[in-house]
Design a protein around this ligand. Structure first.
Ligand SMILES: [Zn+2]
Length: 61
């Protein structure tokens, strides 16, 4: 399963441990904290809990 970081757009590979998960995930690229909820390996919801810090790079997401 993949999750695109809501802050920087980086595609994070989530392993099977996140198949049923309700909690926070930290982006390794920008450091943003994302609230995610998954069920049966599918992303149900995602929202930014804490914005990342990468002001030098902007992406059109
Ligand atoms: Zn990020």
């Amino acid at each position: 399963m993949r999750l695109n970081c809501l802050s920087c757009g980086y595609a994070v590979d989530l392993d099977n441990a996140y198949g049923d998960y309700d909690g926070q995930f930290k982006c390794v690229i920008c450091g943003a904290v994302i609230n995610i909820k998954t069920e049966e390996g599918k992303l149900k919801s995602a929202s930014v809990a804490k914005a990342g810090q990468r002001p030098s790079e902007k992406r059109a997401f």
